[in-house]
Design a protein. Structure first.
Lengths: 160, 143
């Protein structure tokens, strides 16, 4: 065990990017599951939100995959994660639960990218990919997660 | 998980193995830090009411410290199990130790939605082996 070491190698960086990819895939797969499980109760706003969340996660996944490719590491295929989400998905969920879950998704992703960027910035290691491009990509994704959390919060407040 | 949480987890595990207070030297060894660094953090944990330190005996977690340590251990268990079950990582202990400072409890909770963790977690964690006693290290996907 070691204490608070920053990202110290390409291997560690690739592993963290893989985890980011899995988180995005979980968001995308859960959005699909929500849609299937409560589609009869969904209004157009929530439907649009879930569709946007799935599209955005797919886009984030592609951007992370490009970084992973540049590090010569393996991508984590969506086809591997989707059945895991389906197997563990709790179907007893109303629309409020869907929104809350979506908010957790956005906030969790934001926290992950925020911590990852801080760890990269605290690291003096040189990586096999351009550091500036790496941080720019992760920062852009982080901002989109923040916007997503705001959007869900706005929708939740409007329904109160 | 932040540095304080890593210390709490380490103290909790050393206390389990020793069945008593965690000696500072033993704690420093388990965290791969100097005894001076360990002492400094123990002081901070004491100030926050999370641990009690008795000279020549060692450090003992308070009830609140135990609660926080168990949360941190659970996060660590999720990371280990995720690495084995989803990513098929062979050297999961080393990688979990490297990742724990970057993976927050909320992030671990999301990873937890796709793994099979036992309800008694973290009581099934085996400190000597640094792994959940119920985890099959060969039970994951290909790396």
């Amino acid at each position: 065990m070691s204490v608070s070491q920053p990202v110290a190698s390409d291997h560690q960086l690739a592993r963290l990017l893989q985890i980011g990819m899995v988180l995005e895939e979980v968001v995308e797969a859960r959005a699909h599951q929500h849609y299937r499980s409560v589609s009869a109760d969904l209004d157009t706003e929530i439907e649009a939100l879930l569709e946007h969340a799935a599209e955005e996660s797919a886009d984030h996944r592609d951007r992370l995959a490009a970084l992973i490719d540049d590090l010569d590491a393996e991508r984590i295929p969506f086809e591997q994660i989707e059945p895991l989400v389906a197997d563990h998905y709790d179907r007893d969920r109303d629309t409020d639960g869907v929104l809350y879950d979506q908010l957790c998704n956005e906030e969790t992703a934001y926290k992950f990218y925020d911590d990852l960027i801080a760890a990269i910035e605290a690291s003096s290691a040189s990586f096999g990919i351009d550091r500036e491009h790496l941080v720019e990509t992760l920062s852009a994704i982080r901002e989109e997660e923040a916007d997503g959390a705001e959007e869900v919060t706005r929708l939740m407040e409007a329904r109160e | 998980m932040n540095t304080a949480e890593q210390y709490l987890k380490a103290i909790y595990l050393v206390q389990q193995v020793e069945n008593g207070p965690a000696a500072t030297g033993r704690l420093a060894d388990s965290l791969d830090v100097s005894p001076a660094s360990a002492n400094e953090m123990i002081g901070k944990l004491e100030e926050r009411g999370l641990a009690d330190h008795e000279k020549y005996k060692g450090v003992t977690l308070t009830d609140e410290g135990i609660e926080r340590a168990r949360d941190s251990l659970q996060t660590y268990c999720i990371i280990e199990r995720f690495l084995v079950e989803v990513l098929g990582v062979e050297d999961f202990r080393t990688e979990a130790s490297q990742l724990e400072s970057v993976i927050d409890e909320t992030v671990a909770e999301r990873l937890d939605t796709i793994i099979d963790r036992e309800p008694q977690c973290p009581d099934c964690f085996a400190p000597d082996e640094d792994v959940c006693a119920l985890l099959d290290p060969d039970g994951g996907a290909a790396d």
